[in-house]
Design a protein around this ligand. Structure first.
Ligand code: SF4
Length: 451
């Protein structure tokens, strides 16, 4: 498959379907099994924590607590197109639709869960089936907030705490923003990075004390080391598999890595997780050896900046494929979620965990984000960057204009489209289509003038 610059090769004469990896289906099953198990936590007598933000779940796993990641559940409902009842419940309760739609969805779930379980009023409203799904979240025993870089995220669990009558225990980790202003500051380096890492690590030890208090049991350090061993291995496999996708044409795309976010973000650290990413890597290796590609006629290689538009994943994947545009890398996939496994010391994992919590891509300066993007564009041979301007997630869209200017100065084409994480009403197909077409034409023009 060529990357021809011939203008006679039309972008959408015969709309191709994107050839998605099949190994990621196992991830979907693991995630479904995880949620189904969580839904029965109370029947099994388990303690449940509701939390948001960074992947503190290995601490819960080691403490024998079941965990509900609010954002992940909001994303799940949106991806299943079942977010409506929860969002309307949130709005009816008083949360305006400009509030982060992840938070609005999950706060709606919290209202429904409380009605269904704590207040025992049952579900008797329209759309009962969908509401039942949203209200199946087991009520929390306590809350943990571990959100870096976003004031909404940092207050989200405080609102949940209020919804549950301010009676449940609540622990919060406070992260310093990585401003990057000092002369020695940079990605993974400088005194700011070192001191912030120590500051967060101290709080993680405090969180462990909190968990010991809530469970009445000593923390199981060996279980944490074991969990982090598996997570580190899974992370290495994920990065190795991603690197294989630098090949031209690419054997897999950004959309396959979107499908793999949930497993690396909140599934338990265990052999299943390692096997999943080993399977993904094996399928990509097999594709490379057999010449199987993600797009039958890859012509453009693009990067995607911003959080995902969960209601539109399939539509977006096909829209780019119809234009022979392979989206290959993105901030949300390639610069997030245990993405620096060399930082994790399996025998003493707290500092490396704390550092990953700081590495949340909403916690960096725009300059660092731009540098990371340009590095990835170089790695993948990218010609254009798609910026998803997320309406209700200012943390994701904050700094994007600066990042776009950095990309333009490096010779990349850029485009913006408006959308949202979990509220489809902010998204407009026609705008994405016209801007994508304009950017691809600009790439063609540039190629023509270079020949
Ligand atoms: S606004 Fe964005 S970063 Fe903040 S909680 Fe919502 S999705 Fe997360």
């Amino acid at each position: 498959m060529s990357m021809s610059s011939e203008p006679s090769q039309t972008r959408s004469a015969t709309p191709p379907q994107i050839n998605r990896l099949t190994s990621t289906r196992l991830g979907g099953k693991l995630v479904k099994d995880y949620w189904d198990r969580l839904f029965t936590a109370k029947e099994r007598g388990a303690q449940v924590v509701w939390y948001n933000g960074a992947a503190v779940s290995p601490l819960f796993q080691a403490a024998g607590i079941e965990w509900c990641h609010g954002e992940a559940f909001g994303a799940r409902l949106a991806a299943m197109h079942l977010e409506g009842p929860a969002q309307r419940t949130g709005e009816d309760y008083g949360y305006i639709n400009e509030l982060c739609s992840y938070a609005r969805t999950t706060l709606g779930c919290a209202v429904l869960t409380k009605r269904a379980t704590v207040d025992d009023r049952g579900i008797s409203l329209p759309e009962a089936d969908q509401e039942a799904l949203a209200s199946r979240l087991p009520p929390p025993d306590f809350f943990v907030n571990a959100y870096a870089g976003c004031s909404t995220g940092q207050q989200w669990d405080e609102i949940s705490y209020r919804l549950f009558d301010k009676k449940l225990p609540f622990f919060k980790i406070s992260y310093p923003l990585l401003w990057g202003n000092k002369p020695d500051a940079g990605y993974l380096r400088g005194e700011e990075w070192e001191s912030a890492s120590r500051q967060v690590a101290r709080q993680v030890y405090k969180l462990i004390e909190f968990l010991e208090h809530q469970t009445g049991r000593p923390f199981d350090w060996e279980a944490l080391r074991e969990s982090m061993h598996y997570i580190k291995r899974a992370s290495q496999l994920r990065l190795e598999a991603m690197a294989l996708c630098r090949s031209k044409p690419a054997p897999a795309t950004f959309w396959d890595w979107i499908a793999s976010i949930a497993p690396i973000n909140f599934l338990p650290g265990n052999q299943d997780l390692v096997d999943y990413f080993a399977g993904v890597k094996a399928e990509i290796e097999q594709r490379l050896s057999e010449g199987v590609v993600a797009l039958p006629n890859e012509r453009y290689r693009l990067a995607f900046d911003g959080i995902m538009n969960w209601n539109k994943v399939g539509w977006l994947a096909n829209k780019f494929a119809e234009n022979n545009a392979a989206v290959l890398t993105g901030r949300y996939t390639h610069n997030s979620f245990w993405n620096e496994p060399q930082l994790i010391d399996e025998d003493d994992p707290i500092l490396g965990m704390a550092q990953h919590y700081l590495l949340c891509p909403f916690n960096h300066s725009a300059k660092v984000l731009g540098e990371l993007l340009l590095r990835e564009c170089e790695n993948y041979g990218i010609e254009g960057v798609v910026f998803h301007a997320t309406r209700t997630c200012r943390s994701a869209s904050n700094g994007q204009l600066i990042i776009a200017q950095m990309a333009q100065r490096a010779g990349l084409q850029t485009m913006f489209f408006e959308g949202d994480v979990a509220d489809a009403s902010f998204y407009k197909d026609a705008i994405l289509e016209s801007r994508l077409e304009a950017m691809l034409e600009a790439i063609d023009t540039r190629r023509m003038s270079a020949t």
